[in-house]
Design a protein around this ligand. Sequence first.
Ligand code: BES
Ligand code: ZN
Ligand code: ZN
Length: 446
Amino acid sequence: MADAIAIYLVNADQLQNDHADSVAWSQASGFSGQAGEVCLVPDTTGKIAKVLVGRPEVINTWTLGNLPKTLPAGTYALAEHFSEQDATKLYLGWQLGSYSFDRYKLTKAGRVAILQTPDNIDVPYAKAATEATYLVRDLVTTPSNNMGPDQLEEVARSLAERYEAQVEVIAGGDLVIENYPMIYAVGKASTRAPRLIDMRWGNPDAPKVTLVGKGVCFDSGGLDIKSATGMRLMKKDMGGAAQVLGLAQMIMETGLPVNLRLLVAAVENSIAGNALRPLDILTSRKGTTIEIGNTDAEGRLVLADALWEASSEDPDLLIDCATLTGAARVALGSELPAFFCNDDATKEKLLSAGLATDDPLWNLPLHSAYRTMLDSPVADMNNIANASYGGAITAALFLQEFIQADTSWIHVDLMAYNLRSLPGRPEGGEAMGMRALFELVKQHVA
Ligand code: BES
Ligand code: ZN
Ligand code: ZN
């Protein structure tokens, strides 16, 4: 379009050589071509003639992530022809940076700047990744009073309708009848019934990929109640469920040739007279007994039943996502999700996929020597370790007990929340590792 404003990515040299007429202006406005800098250059009438953006050494998804909300509303276009990969990243980052959560605001977010779609990008991928990320952010940021187990079910049902998938839900007392005792036990004290959401989509003859999500819609800690500070953000404890719903949406939207199954254990960890108690002993779906060392280690309990079901079908790839431990955040901070994997080849592929998609994850070990920390004197296992260190690892080892040894399995322990705003990533709910996982699944079924 003729009236789109051109955006130039320039470093100091390119500024001198290709934009000589703008050097004085850019200097006066403090722009030198450093990555992260932006300069609006006016024409003689005072209208914006072009936008200069500091050029990083390597283009990535976040290079233009701040622009949608910092540039004046209007339409912009990339002046340069980029490779498909770079153009797709630049466009995706712009889209991700255009997001606002304004559901509860009377005054909705103002218009953001629009980037014309470069003609060589992977449009279906950019669209799928944008929509899925927006979905995850919306679900996680929506407060718990409007995002209970019932609403998570609604989200799955609407996805199923859109992509012609099948959904079955086992809720409340039926969880006991259908043998999901730990999902029931964690969620029974809430007025909002616990449930297992089970969605299937795709070609039954294609490779089977199963996704499992921790959908704890609010984690009070249960009777082992959290402190006020510890509890404040626990609306996000369904972030793993949100992320696998987003990942499923990406898979279905792009039509990957997979036999997809999605299991979400949706519960609220509440306090009431019938709540799970410390030192209660549960029998898991697998049949083993679990002593409750701490009611706040609830995520691994609901995941255990879902993972045992998932793994019993012998999928080609099993992925779970969960806001499982504070310890993973102590180890890696809030912005770098941890993952565990029982299969070295898959582990390497996920590490590479994370780097390739600007969506990195860091591998932590399933260090089996720590398994004895989960021993219980009275049951087959305790739900917490008798040690104060290594909590992300012992949580993963707990989950591993519910995975068949020959199933390739990835466990992602993520924050699902941006504590600060970064380019393309506003503060609030966030998908973390979703694009990397999509890339892995895509390679797996290729
Ligand atoms: N949902 C929390 C984990 C969490 C806390 C994730 C903060 C991200 C930020 C989980 O259910 C939990 O409470 N875990 C406990 C386990 C402990 C009782 C063994 C934890 O990490 O402190
Ligand atoms: Zn908890
Ligand atoms: Zn939790």
